[in-house]
Ligand binder design. Sequence first.
Ligand code: AMP
Length: 553
Amino acid sequence: MNTPFLSLGLQPELVKAVAELGFEQPTPIQEQAIPHILQSKSDLVAFAQTGTGKTAAFGLPILQHIDTSSRETQALVLCPTRELCLQITKDLDAYARFLPNMQVTAVYGGADVTRQITALKRGAHIVVGTPGRALDLINRGRLKVENIQWLVLDESDEMLSMGFKDELDAILANTPEHKRTFLFSATMPPDMVSIAEKYMHKPVEISVGKKNQGAENVQHHYYMVHAKDRYEALKRIADYYPNIYGIVFCRTRQETKDIAEKLMHDGYNADALHGDLSQPQRDYVMQRFRIKQLQILVATDVAARGLDVNNLSHVIHYNLPDDPEVYIHRSGRTGRAGKKGISLSIIHLREKSKLHFIEKKINKKFENKLVPGGKDICEKQLFHLVDNMEKTEVDEAQIEPYLPKVYKKLDWLSREDLIKRFVSVEFNHFLEYYKDAKDLNADLRPDRNDRNDRFGRDSRREDRGERRESRRSASSGSFSKVAFNIGKKDNVSPKVLINLINKQLPNRSIRIGAIDLGKSFSIVEVDSKYQREVVEAFRNARFKGLKLEVTIK
Ligand code: AMP
């Protein structure tokens, strides 16, 4: 069997297993990582998002190296969530199908520890674990990592953002110096740079796609509405895409519950996934979503981590996250495996600057879409219905005995009348619901040069005020925007930013306009004449030890 996987240096048992899984070509990350892990002795930092085939990229070469004649744990894979842990274990088991005696064991929190201890006692060549439970088992002397030869840190940025830094430090301190470490991550936050510097030896860096970039196949749309119309807009969008299969991301558990309940109440095929559910309840919801019994999953970021669903049509940001990395992670759940996906955000006026900041990060433009009106939705639904009707399989034998009576009863109707009535049976409630549907779009001029109100007000009244202010700034010389990579989480206030600018450009008295503070970034309007000079002045500047990045917007 001469497949491209064999040419990467993999042994026939592994090649056979991936062939049975239907893998024909290695993915880019596999092409780069597999030969490296098989042949080279160095550590590896790989930038790759979920869905790129990274599990096989580290899993296959590690499986090839494992010595099954020993019962020792030789590889440890750390990942952020129970779901991902189980997924990786399942994938490794599938790749190891033709490797007799290979033992892969999952250890994760929220499950009976004694069963995991028993599994470890039986001998586990590869242990896949979440950091908390893995450390607990190490401390109990049940998980022995003193002799591991391979350590994988999977979704490292997620592990750090979930607060596992101390656990990672403690686990890494227990592992031998000579092991090889492979770090997989979609992004490279500063904490991870320090972990890589501390524990890794001259790692080779590989990257599929550009760092910090959203997936190629994802289109980014936004809908601009007033905050109070958000839910109504969500419903319209769901109605406009009758085949939608997506996750609606909310900020809080409460919001998640509220939106899911409202959607269910309004007849949508939706459910909620959040931290207040017990593990069995979460498993149940996730399973229903995986097998597409549910079309819409309303979830918090934390609860959705590790939910491995590949073929979402839509990711919906019910609120834009403050941190662009969160946006990248969310939207990376669609557009996988060569399929197209839509990442859509429902925003209000004052969130537009966040949007620009995300655009810079993903290196793609958002398309401004208009919330569909009643007529658009009715048309879309009607054709969906007609389409379904056309595709419906008729069970001739079952239905046959009833038909003569039905034909007789409807004899008096023309073909046109018949069609009209059948369609209306299903469709009347839509027509009725959207009869007087109002326009939900807050901003009907997509290319309007929007000014962001620093006080965060949001209504048509303020909209008018904003325009008044724009004229004022135009008459006294125009402003241009610069973006700072620091925000509220760095304790930055407008005053701090103004002082920074004055300090960095001491001989200029630069007029400053609106300042918009995000969680991890800020947008400042400065006198257009000085926009470039401001950016230049901050080259190599630092703020509380952090390297400042100031860019033109
Ligand atoms: P991962 O990024 O490891 O979560 O993988 C994403 C999905 O792609 C999983 O469902 C894998 O089974 C699948 N996959 C991984 N490698 C390949 C490949 N070379 N060809 C086709 N599918 C793959």
